[in-house]
Design a protein around this ligand. Structure first.
Ligand code: COI
Length: 355
């Protein structure tokens, strides 16, 4: 991609690359050397720069710290066999970020700032993109309020930052999940579809309770009746029952519009795999588990990629899922997505951009 936005660069005096163990990447622990920063002041984005990754200085009255006006994205860059850097579906992350911004009363980010800030950062830190299947450079764009004011109102000043981290798999093994029927992640009319910090904060307490009981994540249900499966804490979810894939629709406003979710739906269409976007009820799920008609369940997400689910707790009872076979849909879709992302197979939907 050609870049034209003039972004001054201050390079780090001391790269952390030599101290980074690329053979043992824990998700989100190692951060690359630089970050892109832009400020929103007086109604416009200004002061673009790339500088060494470093702590920020914030006023204790910073509005984000009190009222949570904060949104983020997650996308990944991959290295192909020729050593080129490929970014997956960045345009989709840019537009989803602006949908979150709208819901949270924040300014939108022009495409040029998002894309060129990211591309120039990736060009500078390309040595941080790991090679090897399962590893990638996770890109974290985020925006937050910068007013120093403790009255409740939308901020007038914002910061937009992109930093990156070399990562391995978010889940290193198949996951166990519990259907949550007491706590609520999102309600219609709420912020469930926005990728905003508060959604994640609110999920921590119920998720920790489930983790204490041995589950990796929750399967959230709708806030009104707790009878319909929505999504999981770090990913959307899909179920294959009697040959058909079922995943929650996104028009309720309670579900994150997952980009991996959308990519899987597209591939299912390409392959004539039957897929329904509708709510699976908890009772349908329980019946399918009891009758053995649930063939596969898996999460879809940028961090999680395709995460196989091996155990589901419904109404207090644990059910083990069949192990993944060589012809399972989730295995096939993971291989196809990996092939596209690492540049080893054709990219028919133009999902990849090269740095
Ligand atoms: C992502 O998949 O990019 C996310 O933002 C999920 C996050 C919980 C790591």
């Amino acid at each position: 991609m050609k870049t034209s936005l003039a972004i001054p660069v201050e390079k780090t005096a001391s790269s952390r690359l030599p101290q980074t163990d690329f053979s043992n990447l824990v998700f989100g622990k190692s951060i690359s050397d630089h970050m892109f920063v832009a400020d929103y002041i007086n109604g416009e984005w200004t002061d673009f720069k790339i500088e060494p990754y470093a702590p920020l200085m914030l006023s204790p009255a910073n509005a984000t710290l009190h009222y949570g006006q904060s949104i983020f994205e997650g996308l990944k860059a991959y290295k192909n066999d020729q050593g080129e850097i490929l970014v997956f579906r960045a345009d989709a992350n840019w537009s989803r970020m602006n949908e979150s911004a709208e819901r949270m009363c924040m300014p939108s980010i022009p495409e040029e700032i998002f894309m060129e800030g990211m591309m120039q950062l990736l060009e500078l830190d390309k040595a941080w993109v790991p090679s090897g299947k399962g590893s990638s450079l996770y890109i974290r764009p985020f925006m937050f309020a910068m007013d120093d004011y403790i009255g409740v109102k939308p901020s007038e000043k914002y910061k937009f930052i992109i930093f990156t981290c070399p990562v391995g798999n978010y889940y290193s093994k198949p996951v166990s999940v519990k259907v949550e029927t007491v706590f609520t992640r999102a309600n219609e009319g709420g912020t469930g579809a926005a990728k905003t910090a508060g959604n994640y904060a609110a999920s921590l307490y119920p998720a920790r309770k489930a983790q204490k009981d041995g589950y990796d994540q929750l399967l959230w249900t709708d806030g009104k009746s707790h009878s319909k499966i929505e999504e999981s804490g770090t990913m959307n979810v899909m179920f294959k029952i009697n040959g058909k894939i079922i995943t929650a629709p996104i028009d309720s406003g309670t579900i994150l519009k997952g980009i991996t979710r959308n990519s899987v739906i597209q591939l299912a269409k390409d392959w004539n795999q039957e897929l329904e976007e509708r709510f699976l009820t908890v009772s349908e799920l329980e019946t399918a588990l009891k009758e053995g008609t649930l063939e596969e369940a898996f999460g879809t997400g940028t961090a999680a990629t395709i995460a196989h689910i091996e155990r589901i707790n419904v109404n207090g009872k644990d059910y083990s899922l069949p192990s993944i076979s060589s012809n399972s849909f989730s295995k096939k879709v993971l291989a196809e997505l990996d092939g596209i992302k690492y540049g080893s197979i054709k990219d028919p939907h133009n999902w990849i951009i090269k740095v």
